[in-house]
Design a protein around this ligand. Structure first.
Ligand code: NMX
Ligand code: MLT
Length: 457
């Protein structure tokens, strides 16, 4: 079928049988213990990032081993990359295999969404149909436009973004169907419609926030003959720059999904598990993405780089940069854009962006500074001895590319991450409702209960 919904309707019954078979065969097997000590303090994140707790087929991370990390740190200036696989495919594989726009060389995010939802590489025709469908659904209600227009420009773009996405729940197909008494087995249908509406409406929301906050004039209309990224670029005022449009195609694709446990994807899943509709679930996910240890790190990287440039000039020595990095650590702050809860190697999304920069902006001063920092930070983080992963993550690179093309308003960067992450969260919500995922409700214990439980043991 050309329609994603028709293809999905064919896949869901097969996957329900598949899950039943896996549970029948392996359901009673043990999968990961937890020690009392691990519930407390600093070890919490690292334990959780290894605790098997969620199922999501769309993408999975390969963290790499500490042996590989140590070996490559000493033998190579850059570590090997594996990291994320979308339905089993690495970033270079999806770059090669997913459909492109005419004349383009980066994958269309429409194709990535089809892959996340179905596990299949779509045809050019299927992708074109998705572009048309999203363009047709792109308009946002007038009252949401008014909410955005009334926000003071000093309200952070991420707060505006989450407000507007939450307000879209006014027209949720799922919320209405639930009130009308929909049966559990049919949940995925209206969830699919909301998920498609959510993705389709984000460019108009992001464009309006950008133009309001940075006084960039009136929004153009969506062009139904253009792909999603082209329309988003045009709404931001960059539609005439083909390299920027290509950047957005790559950007949305690589930021879309990062297995199920990252803060934004997990928040979306958690809130969705209460049968809150996809707009409510994604509004909550955006509030998680807005944190500096998660998506806001792309803004923080740029602030940090700019401060470094204003202190050290455009062409600083390695010694001066090292001192700046140490001063960040000594001030009790993190080096933004470095480290990861799961990855133990250079984030392949960093590498994909570096390759884009080498092709399109090899002489950019800030790009060179990012490369210089890459050669210095990992050794310093290892010497400082705390971070389990001294390598850069996706956020170490993205702002420099956007700045190069003139999108230098760094407080907007996480909004672009938020447009992208909707693809993964939307796909996950559809499958959660199709497979009848339960309410997520982990158990908490009091310290007194633990003392009592283990007294005398
Ligand atoms: N700079 C300085 N210290 C660090 C860094 C870093 N980049 N990364 C980890 N550490 C510290 C961390 O703060 C912790 O210190 P303490 O024991 O005093 O609490 C210690 O190293 C152990 O942390 P890890 O287990 O390595 O990392 P964790 O899984 O807890 O957190 C991050 C992962 C990504 C939150 C962390 O590496 C970090 O804060 N990085 C900088 C912020 C950033 O780039 N976030 C974006 C991540 C990607 N994304 O888009 O979401
Ligand atoms: C993400 O893309 O969500 C980040 O890399 C954080 C994570 O995976 O935990």
């Amino acid at each position: 079928p050309v329609s994603l919904k028709d293809r999905l309707a064919e896949l869901i019954p097969k996957e329900i049988e598949n899950v039943k078979a896996v549970r029948a065969e392996h359901g009673k097997k043990a999968f990961g213990p937890v020690l009392v000590d691990q519930l407390y303090g600093q070890v919490l994140t690292s334990v959780l990032s290894r605790l098997p707790a969620l199922i999501w087929d769309g993408s999975v991370l390969d963290p790499g081993s500490s042996f590989t990390r140590l070996f490559f740190l000493s033998a190579h200036p850059r570590s090997p990359e594996e990291g994320i696989r979308f339905r089993g495919k690495t970033i270079p594989e999806i770059q090669a295999e997913l459909p492109k726009a005419p004349g383009g060389s980066e994958p269309l995010p429409e194709g990535l969404f089809w892959l996340l939802v179905t596990g299949e590489i779509p045809t050019q025709e299927q992708v074109a149909e998705l572009s048309r469908d999203w363009a047709a659904r792109a308009a946002i209600p007038e009252f949401v436009e008014e909410i955005l227009d009334r926000c003071p420009p000093t309200l952070h773009p991420m707060s505006q973004f989450s407000l507007a996405v939450t307000a879209l729940n006014h027209n949720s197909a799922f919320a209405k169907a639930y009130q009308d008494g929909i049966s559990k087995k049919d949940y995925w249908g209206p969830t699919f419609e909301d998920a498609m509406d959510l993705i389709a409406k984000l460019p108009n929301i992001a464009g309006r926030i950008y133009r309001n906050v940075f006084a960039k004039g009136k929004l153009p209309s969506i062009d139904a003959s253009k792909d999603y990224s082209h329309n988003l670029a045009a709404l931001l005022g960059f539609g005439d720059d083909p390299a920027f449009v290509e950047l957005l195609r790559l950007y949305i694709t690589i930021h879309s999904d990062h297995e199920g446990g990252n803060v934004s994807a997990h928040t979306g899943k958690l809130v969705g598990s209460a049968l809150s509709d996809p707009f409510l679930a994604y509004g909550a996910a955006l509030n998680g993405l807005a944190g500096p240890l998660h998506g806001l790190a792309n803004q923080e990287v740029l602030i940090w780089l700019r401060k470094m440039q204003s202190k050290l000039g455009d062409d600083p020595s390695d010694e001066a940069v090292k001192e700046y990095i140490w001063s960040t650590l000594k001030a009790g702050q993190v080096v933004p854009g470095y480290g990861h809860a799961v990855l133990r190697k250079t984030d392949p999304r960093y590498t994909a962006q570096r390759e884009f920069a080498l092709k399109h902006l090899p002489d950019d001063k800030m790009f060179k500074l990012v490369g210089q920092i890459y050669n210095l930070v990992p050794d310093i983080l290892l010497e400082a001895g705390k971070a389990k992963n001294p390598w850069p993550n996706v956020d170490a690179h993205s702002g420099v590319l956007l700045t190069h093309y003139g999108l230098d308003q760094m407080s907007f960067y996480t909004v672009l991450f938020g447009v992208s992450r909707a693809f993964g969260v939307a796909a996950q919500l559809i499958w959660d409702r199709a497979l009848g995922a339960p309410l997520e409700r982990p158990k908490s214990y009091s310290t007194a209960a633990i003392q009592k439980m283990f007294a005398g043991k």
